[in-house]
Design a protein around this ligand. Structure first.
Ligand code: FAD
Length: 412
């Protein structure tokens, strides 16, 4: 990606950038987007494609190792229980990811299928099944015995049925974010590595945004898409509305010469307290134990995997995939979620500054929606909302987060 050096960026941003303490500048951008993750990166690209002059800032870079979008892989699937609006968005998102793959000449989506393993039918599974029927999404129920026949590499002990979504897949997450940022710059957007300070100002609109180091940028509108950092930027508004627990992710090796765990042979798998993906790009079989509630600081905390979670992941792997019991851990990552009280996204105008928008609260399921959420936010910011029925769903809710009762994110 053609990046501006920090100095050159602030020089070339000319009238839109003013040194701290000087008079108000003429904005050189229509919109400044802060955060180049799944929410901000796609929003910036869509705004640019709509013809706006857009500046995208990120403190650490698109899909960086601290960002929630910075993982190797993220799942895309339609199954959302009774949350049909998200299922509809995923169907749209599938189309968008495929179109963008063509446009960018990059393979971003790996088809895998997905098995939801369960000891018995649950209300959530029934709801998923109903929504799939309604929307015409391919699905299948697989019995314990059939599961054993189809996937002999899996030991389905305790599993009575699996809900299978053959169209599900895995997105190459961090790679996608740098591809999106490249496309944004290629289309005339301006990107810089820069950290925005929390916005300040007494008026009803934000005049300028200070950047760490002394400069500032000014624009007609500002979109803050800072994922788990949003509470740091808006402590009063979001300090108790977005909660960021850590999540440990493990990749285990596959036996040499053994193709049974590759994408195409093994689908994504998910059950009560664990989920995982097959071996993709030779990174290993991914296993993620869920339910961790320890809060995580995305700037400062060290990303060393927890021994306890590793032990959980290993025990799960050994019981479900016996051939992997002795395989070594080949990679681990620690990421953080950005949970809202109801696990709905937040897309909302700031209550004080009419030209400031907040977009985030991905709640463990936001990545797949990137191209759709980006278009949605871009339309809202441009005053061209085509889905007004979603506004209430994406508003900041009155309830505050009670971390002591956080029992882990649902799996979407
Ligand atoms: C382990 C894990 C597994 C997940 N699995 C899935 C999945 O399978 N499917 C799915 O759809 N979703 C999944 N998610 C959720 C998904 O990854 C997130 O919802 C999504 O990536 C959030 O994107 P974002 O843009 O809001 O935040 P981020 O990706 O965190 O982006 C925020 C960006 O803002 C930047 N920033 C922050 N503060 C500032 C500042 N002051 N100035 C400038 N820049 C700043 C950061 O550097 C960062 O790049 C998962 C999340 C985790 C952690």
């Amino acid at each position: 990606m053609r990046r501006f050096s920090r100095r050159r960026f602030f020089e070339t941003a000319a009238a839109g950038v003013v040194a701290a303490g000087t008079a108000r500048a003429q904005p050189s951008s229509d919109v400044v987007v802060v955060g180049a993750g799944a929410f901000g990166g796609w929003t910036a690209l869509h705004l640019r494609e709509m013809g706006h002059r857009v500046t995208l800032l990120d403190a650490y870079g698109p899909g960086n190792a601290r960002a929630s979008s910075g993982g190797e892989t993220r799942q895309i699937r339609v199954g959302y229980g009774d949350r049909e609006s998200y299922s509809r968005w995923v169907l749209k998102a599938f189309g968008r990811w495929k179109e963008r793959e063509e446009e960018f000449g990059e393979k971003l989506l790996v088809p895998t299928g997905r098995l939801q393993l369960a000891p018995s039918w649950t209300e959530g599974l029934r709801a998923t099944q109903r929504v799939f029927e309604k929307l015409g999404v391919a699905q299948e129920t697989i019995s314990h015995d059939e599961l054993q026949k189809r996937y002999p590499q899996m030991r389905p002990e305790g599993v009575e049925l699996a809900h299978y979504e053959p169209g599900a897949g895995v997105l190459r997450a961090r790679h996608a974010m740098s591809v999106v940022a490249n496309a944004f710059v290629g289309k005339g957007g301006r990107f810089a590595i820069a950290r925005a300070e929390p916005p300040v100002g007494a008026g009803s609109s934000l005049d300028r945004l200070a950047i760490e180091g002394g400069e500032s940028v000014s624009a007609g509108s500002y979109v803050f898409a800072c994922g788990p950092w949003l509470p740091k930027l808006f402590p009063d508004l979001l300090g108790r509305k977005i909660y960021s627990p850590r999540r440990d992710v493990f990749f285990f090796g596959t036996p040499p010469g053994d193709g049974r765990f590759e994408a195409g042979s093994l689908p994504n798998f998910s059950e009560d307290a664990y989920y995982g993906f097959p071996n993709i790009d030779g990174r290993g079989v991914k296993v993620c134990p869920t339910g961790e509630a320890t809060p995580f600081d995305p700037d400062r905390d060290e990303r060393v995997a927890s021994g306890y979670q590793l032990q959980r992941a290993r025990a799960y792997l050994a019981s479900r995939f016996p051939a992997l019991a002795d395989q070594p851990l080949v990679e681990s990552r620690v990421c953080q979620l950005e949970m809202t009280v109801d696990e709905h996204f937040i897309v909302q105008r700031h209550p004080q500054w009419a030209n400031v928008w907040i977009a985030g609260g991905g709640s463990g399921h936001g990545f797949k929606h990137g191209p759709v959420v980006g278009e949605y936010v871009a339309r809202r910011v441009s005053g061209n909302d085509e889905e007004p029925e979603l506004e209430a769903m994406f508003r900041i809710k009155p309830e505050t987060f009670d971390a002591s009762v956080f029992a882990g994110a649902r799996q979407y």
